[in-house]
Design a protein around this ligand. Structure first.
Ligand code: ZN
Ligand code: ZN
Ligand code: FE
Length: 343
């Protein structure tokens, strides 16, 4: 491979790493969904990619067009000394296929099936965290063509990175500052206070709350917080694994019931970093961003958001919350659940 097209470059202006992945240009766009053209889904059972694994419920595969690989080419050169920095694109990119079924969302899986998915997230988080050059395991799920998903078959993604992502760095800094000042965890405090106020919690089961945060950046943003203070998904006990499966299903069901149609979203898991330092001040959580701001109106991440990192919340937070609550009540009638709609 030509040097310089697959490496990790430092952006000295913002102080963050960029993954250069020239080979990903050839990444395929969505396979045809027209009936007359035979669909070729690499994640369906029997495809050349999945066939070697026989019968499966949940399957983890290496990403076919990985941004990071365990044996990357030698990087560089970084041709302005003391300013430009470069490192090898060393890491792992995997896909977690959540079901053999080609369509659907998390709430279409049974609770038992969803428990298997959560256990697979945990297994990958632990295994990849144990690799010495991995500093962060980023688990996320993109859904919907609106946010550029190239394959519709239900799947999550896992990037095992040799650095800690900037957004996590910012959260860590703020959790640490709060902990030093208040001698308690920021999210433990928010959970306690929000439970007292009650109004922003949309759904709750024994181990988790689903919050429409005061500090939401997307109109229908939702956060899942474990009530117990844990720093990573690997610390969940069996009851909590079941309850996480439940609240993940409820969250996607709420989005599906907002406008009674398939909704796109991004789901990100915020675990502690994997570099073996002490992060006991951090609190594991999951965030969902939904790109619509109204029935047919997309909110775009445009100039102000991308170029300045300033978010405008386009909407009335109280109205959005009531819409989410109504969708939650509807969703409860449709799917089995372990918790209840709050408010
Ligand atoms: Zn498929
Ligand atoms: Zn906490
Ligand atoms: Fe977070």
């Amino acid at each position: 491979m030509v040097r310089g097209i697959h490496e990790i470059r430092w952006n000295p202006l913002i102080g963050g790493w960029i993954i250069v992945a020239g080979h990903r240009e050839k990444r395929p766009w969505r396979p045809s969904e027209k009936a007359e053209e035979k669909p070729v889904c690499p994640f369906c059972p029997g495809s050349p990619e999945t066939a070697p694994y026989g019968k499966w419920d949940v399957l983890v595969l290496p990403n076919k067009y990985p941004a990071l690989i365990p044996n990357p080419p030698e990087p560089g050169p970084a041709d302005i000394e003391n300013i430009y920095e470069v490192m090898a694109a060393k890491g792992y990119c995997k896909v977690l296929i959540e079901t053999p079924k080609h369509t659907g969302d998390l709430h279409d899986l049974s609770l038992d099936h969803m428990i298997k998915v959560v256990k697979e997230y945990i297994k990958e988080y632990v295994e990849l965290s144990n690799i010495d050059f991995i500093s962060y395991v980023a688990i996320f799920r993109n859904k919907g063509k609106e946010i550029g998903v190239s394959l519709i078959h239900p799947h999550s993604q896992i990037y095992a990175l040799p650095f800690i992502p900037p957004r996590i760095q910012i959260e860590l800094g703020n959790f640490k500052k709060f902990y030093d000042r208040e001698k308690t965890c920021l999210l433990c405090r928010i959970i306690r206070e929000e439970k007292e106020i009650g109004k922003r919690i949309i759904y709750e089961n024994k181990s988790f709350i689903l919050l429409h945060p005061y500090y939401a950046m997307w109109p229908y943003e939702l956060h899942i917080y474990p009530k117990r203070h844990i720093t990573g998904i690997d610390m969940l006990d069996n009851d909590e694994i079941r309850d996480l499966a439940d609240i993940l299903r409820m969250t996607t069901a709420i989005y599906a019931h907002l406008y009674d149609r398939d909704m796109p979203y991004m789901m990100v898991m915020h675990n502690r970093p994997s570099d073996n330092k002490d992060y006991n001040y951090y609190h594991f959580h999951i965030e969902f961003y939904q790109p619509y701001r109204g029935k047919d109106k997309l909110k775009y991440r445009a100039g102000i958001e991308t170029g300045f990192w300033v978010f405008t919340y386009d909407g009335d937070p109280i109205k959005k919350r009531e819409e989410l609550r109504a969708a939650c009540c509807k969703a409860l009638q449709d799917i089995d659940h372990l918790g209840e709609c709050i408010g």
